[in-house]
Design a protein around this ligand. Structure first.
Ligand code: ADP
Length: 489
């Protein structure tokens, strides 16, 4: 079986290498987290398929790198056109594959995929550059040259959107790409590969290798013919990628986990604070940016907790294909077990679970109830480790100094949410937070012109606008002396 019908749309289950479909000797089984139903047998790639894909990308590189920027941008825009024409199919496939809400995929995620492509096409043509400048009469000219083959390894929580954050700037920069999607969510990347071909992207410029566990990913990052590695995922996997990359000194960009604070100051509007806190359950809590640690001023903690739990009780949990659903399933039963493990251990260690705390028995399968842990013991793993599920903790603070110590007191530094009615107070807090992105009285506003990434164990490097081009390109400075030309004489 080389193609399966997903919500009525055919999706190829093989790799996409050099513009052709390539099978593997073995496959792995892909199921839907919605109800455990069988979706298909997916090609299980390893070192052999990675070698083929990197060779195809390497062979395609010189011509793609020499393609004028305007033409590269035009191909990216044609891919974006095709994504837009296929929003319904892509949304259905993604929802079946990873359990994300269909309403989010239709309205937000898939339009955003197209936007990612258009944004970096536009950046390449209209914004990339730096004015020349002089040093004692010598001209400095900075250019962003294509670097080679970029290896992209992506997670399952927003599969195609996170992949295109990397694919779009890499292709725009003139690199060729080998993408290894997460094994639980292989399908939209495969469908997307067909769109790139239809849009006229030359064979070999974009390749997809599917794989199970670390097999394909580990072979990819150890490959000596890569110019870049960009990875979004967990800290342990990033460490193993960094070790493999060290052998070839391949530059890496890592977007890793978080344990971000969602801070409610004493001057916050309570309704807004509750609304933003509830949003931290989005995508069933499977969002690296989530503010999973609610830090609430003690003077309003009681009122906040009452309003929060009342609002959480109105959330509809169920089939993500239903537009009324607010919280769908976790991505996989194995992931549900991991979340359950965290919450069970918290419970066993005496933590106060005031809401949720168990899988949703009525729905069965991979659904975990939205959960709140009140005043966890400092240092308990429920408040230090990234659970990556619908599990929030709530801690109170008295002074700003106490708050800053709590907020910055983890190994991560990805994001923060601050809710405040006092601009000066909010400014004093944000200036002291260690985080790549801070949202004040809002959440999830994400402009691709802005840098995105994390401090401390949340990652290395930044994605977005010029930061993406700085990473994927070989940035070059050409210094030209004012004299010595034939026409000087
Ligand atoms: P998560 O906990 O989000 O599943 P992982 O870090 O385990 O995150 O996986 C993210 C991506 O990294 C997936 O595509 C996975 O297949 C890939 N991966 C897992 N192990 C390795 C490895 N040793 N080297 C390269 N990629 C890997």
């Amino acid at each position: 079986m080389t193609s399966i019908a997903v919500a009525g749309t055919p999706v190829d289950t093989r790799h996409f290498i050099g513009g052709s479909r390539v099978a593997s000797d073995s496959t792995y089984t892909n199921t839907s987290p919605i109800d455990g139903s069988f979706l298909g047998e997916i090609a299980r790639g390893g070192a052999h398929e990675i070698d083929l894909a990197v060779a195809a990308a390497k062979a395609a590189f010189p011509a793609w790198a020499a393609t004028p920027p305007a033409e590269r941008a035009a191909v990216l825009n044609r891919i974006a056109d095709l994504v837009e024409e296929n929003i319904e199919a892509l949304s259905n496939i993604e929802t079946l594959d990873n359990g994300g809400l269909i309403r989010s995929n239709r309205r937000g995620v898939m339009p955003r995929v197209a936007h990612n492509l258009r944004f970096f096409a536009d950046w390449l043509v209209n914004h990339l550059g730096h004015p020349d400048f002089e040093t004692r009469g010598h001209t400095n000219h900075i250019s962003w040259d294509p670097s080679g083959v970029a290896a992209l390894i992506t997670p399952w929580n927003a599969p195609l959107m996170l992949a295109t954050w990397k694919i779009a700037p890499a292709l725009a920069a003139g690199d060729t790409v080998v993408l290894k999607p997460a094994e639980w969510t292989p399908l939209t990347a495969s469908f997307f590969a067909d769109l790139t071909k239809k849009a006229g992207l030359p064979d070999g410029v974009f390749n997809v290798v599917q794989g199970y566990g670390a097999e394909a990913g580990a072979a990819l990052v150890a490959h000596p013919d890569l110019s870049r590695i960009s990875f979004t995922g967990s800290v342990p996997t990033a460490k193993s990628i960094a070790r493999a990359a060290a052998e070839n000194l391949t530059p890496c960009s890592f977007e890793l986990g978080g344990k971000s604070p969602c801070i409610v100051l004493e001057d916050a509007d309570l309704d807004l604070a509750v609304t933003l806190a509830i949003e931290q359950y989005d995508n069933a809590g499977q969002v690296c940016l989530s503010g999973t640690r609610l830090l609430v001023h003690e003077s309003i903690a009681e009122a906040f907790t009452a309003a929060f739990t009342a609002k959480a009780a109105t959330l509809v949990q169920g089939d993500p294909r239903d537009a009324a659903t607010d919280i769908g399933p976790q991505v996989h039963l194995k992931h549900l077990d991991r979340i359950k493990g965290f919450v069970d251990r918290a419970s066993a260690s005496g933590q106060n679970i005031v809401m949720g705390g168990t899988p949703n028995e009525e729905l069965g399968g991979a659904y975990f109830r939205p959960t709140l842990v009140l005043e966890p013991t400092p240092g308990n793993e429920i408040v230090t480790a990234e659970v990556f599920g619908p599990v929030l903790t709530l801690q109170t603070f008295r002074t700003d100094a106490e708050l800053i110590a709590l907020a910055n007191g983890t190994e991560f530094g990805l994001a923060a949410v601050v809710v405040s009615g006092d601009r000066a107070h909010a400014d004093r807090i944000t200036s002291q937070l260690v985080a790549g992105t801070i949202w004040v009285n809002c959440f999830f506003v994400r402009d691709l012109r802005a840098p995105f990434g994390g401090s401390k164990k949340s990652g290395t490097g930044r994605e977005g606008g010029t930061w993406s081009f700085d990473f994927y390109a070989d940035v070059k400075n050409t210094v030209v002396a004012p004299t010595g030309w034939a026409d000087d004489k």
